[in-house]
Design a protein. Structure first.
Length: 251
């Protein structure tokens, strides 16, 4: 399979941005079964097995962020398209913010302004994307349980769930007293360069069915595995202070 250089890719998309409906025309002429790959340590890197998958997972999120897709390729010049960490961070944070705005209540106080902090060591961009999406969808129990491998383990205090069915049941029970909850992912600490294990830290804002509300700090140990996509094989949650001892706040 022939590969295009970064310079050739930039040239193609640069010209397409000048043509009305140029991007649409381009994709209409691409075979449905073409494999797509964005290489390097950047927020958009990955492999997609079809045009439909690439459009759904990469292209549509990009054009939702900015009116004209062209600027993404202007930000990343040929020599830095896979190494411009500042541009990658901006794009990932904006994607996180936009996704949050799309699914959270219309209360400005509940809207994350940017993505989490990461140390300056190599960490798989696929894990970053997974974490952002994982914590934005914590109220969707079925989708939450599908983020784990079939034999995954989730631990919270003295409670332990093994396998997706038990994880789903535990999640539903924990969320039962709540009206809605918002996770804010603040920091991610990989165990080392290119590690597939990380500690994460954030806050949790909960509004309960009885009308009360509470904000607590939490941390979790995440063990990632890459199959056809990223999953968690082990996830241990820690709630700060005395919140873990109160049934309605054991989240």
């Amino acid at each position: 399979m022939p590969y295009l250089t970064n310079a050739e890719i930039l040239s193609i998309f640069g010209e397409l941005s000048k043509i009305p409906r140029g991007y649409e025309s381009f994709f209409n002429h691409v075979d449905d079964n073409v494999h797509w790959e964005i290489t390097g340590q950047n927020a958009l890197s990955g492999v997609w097995r079809s045009k439909a998958e690439f459009l759904d997972k990469v292209w549509l999120p990009i054009i939702k962020l900015i009116a004209d897709p062209g600027p993404i390729f202007e930000i990343a010049c040929p020599d830095s398209i896979t190494r411009n960490e500042e541009a990658e961070t901006v794009l990932l944070d904006e994607k996180y913010r936009q996704e949050a705005l799309a699914i959270l209540p219309n209360d400005p106080l509940e809207r994350p302004e940017m993505g989490p902090d990461y140390p300056l060591i190599p960490f798989d961009p696929a894990y970053k994307r997974f974490l952002n999406e994982f914590y934005l969808r914590m109220n969707e129990h079925e989708k939450y349980s599908q983020c784990f491998t079939p034999d995954a383990t989730v631990i919270m205090g003295e409670r332990e769930a093994c396998g997706r069915e038990e994880i789903y049941a535990l999640r539903k029970a924990l969320w039962n007293p709540t009206k809605h909850c918002t996770h804010r992912l603040k920091q991610v600490f990989p165990y080392g360069p290119n590690s597939n294990v990380a500690m994460v830290h954030g806050t949790l804002d909960c509004v309960f069915k009885d009308g009360s509300a509470k904000t607590v700090d939490w941390a979790a140990r995440c063990h990632f595995v890459m199959l056809d996509r990223v999953f968690l094989s082990r996830y241990q949650i820690y709630i700060a202070g005395d919140a873990a001892g109160r049934p309605k706040s054991r989240l």
